[in-house]
Design a protein. Structure first.
Length: 343
């Protein structure tokens, strides 16, 4: 097979996430996984850095350079920057200057409005796509986690991302009932920041809060108590200060957003047709997304729902892998893609 031919029209799937963007290229798998951050020079309007380099700059830049996260709560908050970021990532994958315009599938939250959907498509076209298709994140996550979405049995997926938590029950290649809430990883970080401010009058940066959450955060009492040193600015003296916090404190601090996520899972189960409820008891709940890696999340959901809960093997990449499967098998999976509204 000539490598010349295989390169034409490389179809791609993009998991345009609030925290990270992943790009999957047909036949090559996930080729890019970088933070959804762009550093802009405000005076010139030029992009200074994108992705990993830009994330390092959050909260550390001089006045004329700002690090922007163009997606908030799973949707485009800054259209222009999102489009430039997407274009940058697509070109990075496609090293060559004039590439054949690919078809791309973009994963979006299930609660997204028509206007928000059009914005995503428009960004894809502006970034150089020939066709843009949309797949709902919970569907992509379920496919990526290896659930048999096309069979007439109920499958439940809980995808906890950076900006949104998607809870869905899927059967026969469609979403039977779903809920998308804008409480996820970012909210947990915010809760850590609020806690440090209230309890210790310590101002924390976003990145530090995220690091603390990953290191010692939990959704369930673990029995062992970890501690972590965190650094920030003392709000009273204005000077740098280090404090030591326990896992228990962080767990209490993040209890509120975690409860919201648990409640979304319960209320979705509540809306499940009885025939499918039985299937779910057998198959359980598949947990995906970065938030699924929070310590004790699996146990917490198991306790609260009384159902088996499994963490997907590739929790962080499930949405990208699932969207990628749709790209590999365009024809067979066409039905799971969101249909164009007939205007």
């Amino acid at each position: 097979m000539g490598s010349k031919l295989t390169f034409l029209g490389r179809d791609m799937a993009v998991d345009l996430g609030t925290a990270n963007t992943l790009v999957y290229v047909r036949g090559r798998g996930i080729v890019l996984n970088e933070p959804s951050v762009v550093a802009l020079n405000v005076t010139t309007g030029k992009i200074v850095a994108v992705g990993i380099e830009a994330k390092r700059m959050i909260g550390r830049t001089p006045g004329n350079i700002v690090a922007i996260r163009p997606l908030r709560d799973g949707v485009i908050a800054d259209f222009d920057v999102t489009e430039r970021m997407l274009r940058y990532f697509l070109q990075k994958v496609h090293k060559r200057r004039h590439f054949v315009r690919p078809r791309i599938i973009v994963a979006v939250p299930s609660g997204i409005t028509g206007v928000e959907q059009r914005a995503v498509k428009e960004a894809g076209y502006q970034a150089g796509a020939r066709r843009v298709y949309i797949v709902e994140e919970p569907m992509a996550a379920a496919i990526g986690a290896g659930l048999p979405v096309h069979e007439p049995t109920g499958n439940m997926v809980v995808d906890i991302g950076g900006g949104t938590t998607e809870v869905a029950i899927i059967s026969m290649g469609g979403i039977v009932t779903s809920q998308s809430i804008r409480v996820a990883g970012d909210e947990l970080d915010q809760a850590v920041m609020t806690f440090a401010k209230k309890e210790y009058s310590l101002m924390l940066g976003e990145r530090t809060a995220e690091e603390v959450k990953i290191a010692i955060g939990s959704a369930h009492t673990t029995g062992e108590d970890f501690h972590a040193e965190i650094r920030g600015r003392d709000l009273v003296t204005g000077l740098p200060k280090t404090i030591v916090v326990s896992a228990e404190e962080i767990r209490r601090a993040t209890a509120e957003p975690v409860n919201v996520i648990v409640d979304a899972v319960k209320s979705t189960l509540d809306k499940c047709p009885p025939e499918l409820s039985g299937d779910l008891m057998d198959r359980g709940i598949a947990l995906t997304g970065g938030g699924a890696l929070l310590k004790g999340m699996v146990d917490r959901l198991r306790d609260e729902t009384g159902m088996p809960v499994h963490l997907a093997d590739n929790a962080l990449d499930s949405v990208a892998l699932g969207s990628g499967k749709c790209v590999e098998d365009f024809e067979a999976l066409q039905q799971v893609l969101v249909q164009e509204p007939r205007s």
